[in-house]
Write a protein of this length. Sequence first.
Length: 168
Amino acid sequence: MKTIVVVMGVSGSGKTTVASLLAERLGCAFVDGDDLHPRENVEKMRSGLPLNDGDRLPWLEAIARRIDDWRERGECGVITCSALKRVYRGIIVGQRPDTNLVYLRGLRELIHRRLMARTAHFMPAGLLDSQFATLEEPAEDERAILVDIEASPSLIVDEIVRRLALSR
């Protein structure tokens, strides 16, 4: 089995940037989990409405299928997913011991500034508060690699690679 990594955090925490660099460093496939959202979810968020658990379920199941595809083929992969609640992480990581969870953690003010600077994303900065309200940080038993987002993306990836090596 090859390593599979789910990079999680609220919108604007740097998931896509960090995960794509990590996938390149590890020689793995990369999937932006946002690309697996049903069109209805994207439109709902674009209009400023937060998703509910029912909206998220088909998306989480699509992410889990992608992870299982990699696992079945013995490939490594890195995928992004906000994975804000423990129950969501149970769907995508669950009983997959070869799937690692990386949590990009940062202060609301820093993430808000990042969101305000973004121009080509469907997630408006106005939904950040709902993301933080929904967020359940990973518990110790979830074995998440917690990384502070204040460092540069390359330093964050260095830290993740180091910690993945230690967890083997």
